[in-house]
Design a protein around this ligand. Structure first.
Ligand SMILES: [Ca+2]
Ligand SMILES: [Ca+2]
Ligand SMILES: [Ca+2]
Length: 409
């Protein structure tokens, strides 16, 4: 959920790295953000100052600093600070401390940043850091926006809904009314890290917004929950921590004049379709050759192409319940060796049904895949999908089934 925040990020050491004691020993700055707590970033100095440029604007919600023995022995780190900045803004100190007295320091954060920096110093010895990891969210895009309030007829100053998510803090959505209520649909279920609402003067000037609410539609598609609410914002922007899964979001407000809103910036990530799915094997799974070896059905949709679903049989029949009515657009089957060697899969089919009480429909099928992966395009709305395959000669398995589509609700 939180990984990849450092994907595409670059790190530099603002303290010159010693060619002998840092670089030659493989203690370069890159080790700080490689996600590996056994690789050390160590400039060869009493001070360290590593600066990370994130690939995307990121809402920082949590940091974990792995000091190792540099944090547990008071002969090493005597003070440290974690800083961040947004674009050309000033560095802001998010957290700081003296001797960590711990191999790991964890801190909660709430800051939107393009760059992160960690500084530490020792009065007596050279120091390093094994790893820095950050959790948070990056901006989501592709929202469909609908207005849930009527617009005043013949209003010349109406501003379009799309201005709410155009990435421009200077354009606003404005229904020509005393209230607004916009639904943002990301196209699927999402983990929402945080939401930054740019009210502009509608929020900073007390003559405009009087009450507001951010709501989230639960994954069941039925219940709207109030994520946050308030009276006059008293500011041109409000950053709202969310840290929850929602199908849609909604921002609403009432004013004592006509009101609008400039931008709603959502930090988070779309969940894979199978995040809510469950799978069962209709072929009994062999206790010795399937279950005991960790080849259970759940491996089919765990998002990992290294984990195998293998019932211990010459046929497979895995049934996936999507958990929501979904317009399927493609399926990607990762057979691995079972698709490349003709002694394994000799024929397969993908079935789907529109509801648990509806008949199964074959949406794709084939013989020996002759490939480690099979990609099929689909145009079918389904609640359940089934992957069936047979071998005439050997037991078979499948590493992963990835489904793409859009929930219909
Ligand atoms: Ca590391
Ligand atoms: Ca805008
Ligand atoms: Ca898998």
């Amino acid at each position: 959920m939180f990984s990849h925040l450092f994907a595409g990020a670059t790190v530099q050491s603002n303290v010159p790295e010693s060619s002998v004691y840092s670089i030659a020993r493989g203690y370069g700055a890159a080790n700080l953000i490689d996600g590996d707590p056994s690789t050390l970033a160590y400039p060869g100095s009493y001070n360290l100052d590593y600066q990370i440029s994130l690939a995307n604007l990121t809402h920082l919600s949590f940091a974990k600093i792995t000091w190792g023995y540099f944090g547990t022995n008071s002969a090493y780190v005597s003070s440290w600070a974690l800083l961040a900045k947004n674009g050309t803004g000033q560095w802001t100190t998010l957290a700081q401390g003296g001797f960590p007295n711990s191999a790991i320091t964890q801190v909660s954060l709430d800051f939107i940043a393009t760059d992160v920096r960690i500084l530490a110093s020792s009065t007596t010895n050279w120091i390093g850091i094994y790893d820095l990891s950050i959790q948070g969210g990056q901006p989501m895009s592709g929202f469909a926006v609908t207005s849930n309030v009527g617009e005043t007829v013949n209003c010349q100053s109406v501003q379009p809904n799309t201005n709410l998510v155009d990435g421009n803090d200077n354009t606003f959505a404005y229904p020509c009314n005393y209230w607004f209520d916009y639904t943002l649909d990301p196209g699927g279920s999402a983990f929402v890290d945080s939401v930054n609402v740019v009210w502009g003067y509608f929020g900073s000037d007390p003559r405009y917004i009087q009450t507001w609410r951010l709501m989230g539609l639960a994954l069941d598609g039925r219940t709207w929950e109030v994520v946050a609410s308030g009276l006059q914002p008293g500011a041109s922007e409000t950053l709202i921590p969310v840290q929850n899964r929602y199908r849609k979001l909604r921002i609403a407000a009432e004013g004592s004049n006509w009101i609008g809103v400039y931008e709603v910036q959502v930090f988070g990530t779309l969940l894979p379709l199978t995040a809510q799915a469950t799978v069962v094997s209709n072929v009994p799974e062999d206790p010795v050759y399937s279950i005991a070896r960790g080849y259970q059905a759940s491996n089919l949709i765990d998002g990992n192409t290294q984990t195998l679903a293998y019932p211990g049989s010459g046929q497979i029949d895995y049934q996936v319940s999507l958990g929501q009515f979904t317009q399927l657009s493609s399926a990607w089957i990762y057979w691995g060796v079972y698709g490349t060697n003709p002694i394994y899969v000799s024929n397969w089919s993908l079935l789907a049904r529109r509801a648990p009480d509806q008949p199964w429909v074959t949406v794709a099928q084939g013989g020996f895949p002759d490939s480690a992966t099979t990609l099929v395009n689909l145009d079918f709305a389904a609640t359940d999908v089934r992957l069936v395959a047979n071998s005439t000669a050997n037991w078979i398995g499948v590493y992963e089934l990835k489904l793409d589509g859009v929930p219909l609700q």
